[in-house]
Design a protein around this ligand. Structure first.
Ligand SMILES: [Fe+2]
Ligand SMILES: [Fe+2]
Length: 276
């Protein structure tokens, strides 16, 4: 049996009726993302949101997020990004006891049935870049050591690799001594490191595994690799990721654009011939 974990990222929810950067109705985009998850052929085991859940980390923004996520029927796992505030997040989701497991950090592990999800909190309060301090590294090492067999996905907001989008790398994850990479590289059960922050799909090999970032459910960061590229976003089609795993422990990651599209259309006619 194939099971799936949906990864939504960077919804940047604001108060009802307000728009991000004066132009992005992030709530409408998240509503459409949730509807698209509901239309998937395979209902997911769980949904994980990889940070920047709200735009300013305000308690009423988290209440709005909670309302928007209401139609999702499977368990939802949350972690903070640089736009979030840990206590406001915990306050809006009191039933999510695991948000307190690594207090003051949001670090926990959950078993999704044949796949483990382990979160890393990369947030530096008041800053846009990410860091993983010695306490968080030790917590991560302990979480990974609890089960070294089950295929594992690590979820965190800031990606650990250089994306070559300069203005985003400037506010990327700082791991100057490679301490995070060293912990992860010791654990071959880690099949993916799934991140947000970049507002587009990017992947790179890292620490003996694959690290990747998800599209935002709303606005995307412009693909411009020039050294002096301006910090800017685009309204390219938003999307999300579907991480699928088999009983044999294989993990594959699919990207899904959000929207309503024509189809499906058959490749073959009733007689089995390719349609001309
Ligand atoms: Fe973001
Ligand atoms: Fe971010």
């Amino acid at each position: 049996m194939i099971r799936t974990l949906v990864q939504l990222s960077d919804p940047h929810i604001k108060l009802p009726g307000t728009q991000a950067y004066g132009r992005v109705d992030t709530a409408r985009f998240l509503r459409e993302a949730v509807q698209a998850v509901g239309r998937l052929k395979q209902a997911p085991q769980a949904v994980v949101l990889t940070g920047d859940l709200t735009d300013f980390g305000r308690p009423d923004e988290y209440q709005h997020l909670r309302e928007l996520l209401q139609p999702i029927e499977c368990p939802i796992y949350l972690l903070p990004g640089n736009h979030d505030e840990r206590e406001a997040l915990r306050g809006a989701f009191p039933g999510h006891a695991w948000l307190r497991n690594g207090t003051p950090f949001v670090q926990y592990a959950v078993d999704l049935g044949g796949l483990r999800l382990v979160t890393v909190d990369t947030v530096v309060p008041g800053a846009s870049h990410g860091e993983v301090c010695a306490v968080r590294l030790e917590q991560l090492a302990q979480l990974l050591a609890q089960d070294t067999v089950t295929p594992t996905l690590i979820a965190m907001h800031h990606p650990p690799f250089r994306t070559m989008i300069g203005h985003m790398d400037e506010i990327g994850l700082r791991d100057p001594d490679g301490a995070l990479a060293a912990v992860v590289a010791r654990h071959p059960q880690v099949r993916r490191v799934i991140c947000g922050h970049l507002h587009r799909l990017i992947q790179a090999p890292w620490a003996n595994t694959i690290a990747m970032t998800a599209p935002s459910t709303a606005h995307q960061v412009c693909l411009d690799l020039a050294e002096d590229a301006p910090s800017a976003f685009t309204m390219e089609p938003p999307g999300f990721l579907v991480h699928a795993w088999s009983e044999e422990g294989d993990v594959v990651s699919h990207a899904v654009p959000i929207g309503r599209f024509e189809g499906p259309f058959p490749f073959h006619a009733d007689d089995g011939q390719l349609i001309d």
